[in-house]
Ligand binder design. Structure first.
Ligand SMILES: Nc1nc2c(ncn2[C@@H]2O[C@H](COP(=O)(O)OP(=O)(O)OP(=O)(O)O)[C@@H](O)[C@H]2O)c(=O)[nH]1
Length: 449
């Protein structure tokens, strides 16, 4: 997985923060070390050259005094052979009258005067005075004067040496290369170590930021692995606690929302039920009934199924109200609705049409079957009186039955025909069933009470 740009930058900065000081320290140490080493080598070479010059001067003192060129030549040759880096040796008289030497000087020598060390590129020259101590050898007075500084020794001549420093410089360069190689290796190790440190810091950050991103994206069960977070373990466990808290809160909120939704749904269902059903009897209200009945009529027309309609009205209901009170009338209506339900099929649609008037729609039912159903209801009413205050009141109803046929253009025309049949039943003595004309054979209209 590619780390995001922020983490890449953080890793790079940490890496630089850890590696840069190491690089700088290494470079400074390297420069100091090489400089110091070269300087010390040169110093040592100079000291050695001066010591050689001094020793040669002391050996050449007699020969110079005696102008013994042969001995001087021998001394110069032996000195030159004693050191590979010594390329030329010269012994010269102070007055310049004679000179002996070995090897060739690379360039014009500086003036022969005093004790001097001169550096020119890869060449080192040493000029050393040969002073005479000879006068003091047999003369204690002269020796005392020389020692006290009152008398000066005489310059007999000069020793000149030329050293080739190229080997020394080569070894310095080699040392520099080795030091550079060692520094390079150390830098690589430092870089690796820094990368390791940077990654040990950014890995927990990457892990924690991934977890936070997942939690933000809705995965509330995502948790940081505290073991993997090292120095950021405390931050990781804090985020875990926060995520748990958020998850609990979200769960509670969801439960509350679910509860509120359920309550609303129940309230809506209850409101719909209340709007559709009659509060007293629990039967359908007229408007809800009409909606369902219209749909049934369409279905019956499409499939050419028979459809019938019963309408009934309680007989002398005003009398019940007037003589036993309105609550008794209500109880009678509830009782009749209950009796009606007992006689209905599940597919039938009973309805309180209004006041003490009821209707029933009977899908897939012919007028003949509907008439028998009405008769059954009527006799059920008659056989089951209303109980009111220890009294038993016989309550009857008059029925009109109509079947939907080709002449009906709507529900209302069928209702009108059933209504007509119902009032015929009233006129004909009540507590009886009448079938409307058109939907049924006239011969079937017969009194039932
Ligand atoms: N208790 C009660 N009475 C109602 C309710 N709805 C209508 N009524 C009464 O029912 C009575 C109907 O009386 P009418 O229309 O004269 O008919 P009836 O007395 O049943 O006489 P017929 O229908 O000719 O047999 C009225 O007194 C209305 O007040 C109701 O919900 N509860």
């Amino acid at each position: 997985m590619n780390p995001d740009p922020m983490l890449r930058q953080m890793r790079l900065r940490l890496w630089l923060a850890a590696a840069l000081p190491a690089v700088l320290v290494m470079l400074v140490l390297l420069v100091l070390f090489v400089q110091r080493h070269s300087f010390e080598l040169l110093q040592a070479q100079q000291h050695q050259a001066q010591a050689v010059a001094k020793q040669l001067a002391s050996q050449a003192e007699f020969a110079l005094f005696a102008a013994d060129v042969q001995t001087l030549q021998r001394l110069a040759g032996a000195t030159k052979d004693s050191d590979d880096d010594l390329v030329a040796v010269a012994l010269r008289a102070a007055n310049g009258h004679f000179q002996a030497g070995a090897g060739r000087f690379g360039a014009q020598l500086p003036d022969f005067s005093g004790n001097r060390v001169h550096l020119n590129g890869d060449r080192l020259w040493v000029i050393y005075e040969v002073r005479s101590q000879l006068m003091a050898v047999d003369d204690p007075l002269a020796a005392g004067l020389l020692e006290s500084g009152v008398a000066e020794s005489v310059v007999l001549g000069y020793v000149a040496l030329e050293y080739d420093l190229s080997a020394l410089q080569r070894s310095s360069r080699q040392l520099l290369l080795w030091a550079l190689a060692a520094t390079g290796l150390a830098l690589v190790l430092a870089a690796l170590l820094s990368a390791l440190i940077a990654s040990s810091v950014t890995r927990p950050v990457a892990h924690i930021s991934d977890v936070v991103r997942r939690i933000g994206g809705g995965q509330l069960q995502a948790r940081a692995d505290v073991e993997r977070c090292g120095p950021m373990a405390q931050l990781a466990s804090g985020i875990n606690r926060m995520a748990s808290q958020v998850a609990v809160t979200q769960e509670e909120l969801m439960q509350q929302v679910q509860q509120a939704t359920d309550e609303l749904r129940l309230q809506k269902l209850e409101a719909e039920r209340t709007a559709r059903t009659d509060g007293l009897t629990g039967l359908l209200r007229r408007r809800a009934f009409i909606e369902l009945a219209e749909a049934e009529i369409q279905r019956s027309l499409r499939y050419e199924d028979p459809l019938s309609f019963i309408m009934f009205d309680v007989d002398h209901f005003k009398f019940i109200n007037d003589n036993h009170g309105h609550p008794c009338g209500d109880a009678a209506l509830v009782h009749l609705a209950e009796l009606l339900r007992e006689q209905m099929r599940d597919s039938d649609l009973p309805c309180r049409w209004g006041g003490e008037e009821f209707v029933v729609l009977l899908p897939r039912t012919s007028a003949d079957v509907a008439r028998h159903a009405a008769e059954r209801i009527r006799s059920h009413f008659e056989a089951n009186p209303v109980r009111w205050k220890d009294r038993s009141l016989r309550v009857t109803a008059s029925f009109g039955v109509a079947a939907f046929d080709a002449r009906d253009i709507s529900l209302s025309s069928m209702v009108a025909r059933a209504d007509t049949a119902l009032y015929r039943a009233k006129r004909n003595g009540r507590n009886r069933v009448e079938v409307a004309e058109g939907g049924f054979a006239a011969g079937l209209e017969q009194p039932t009470a």
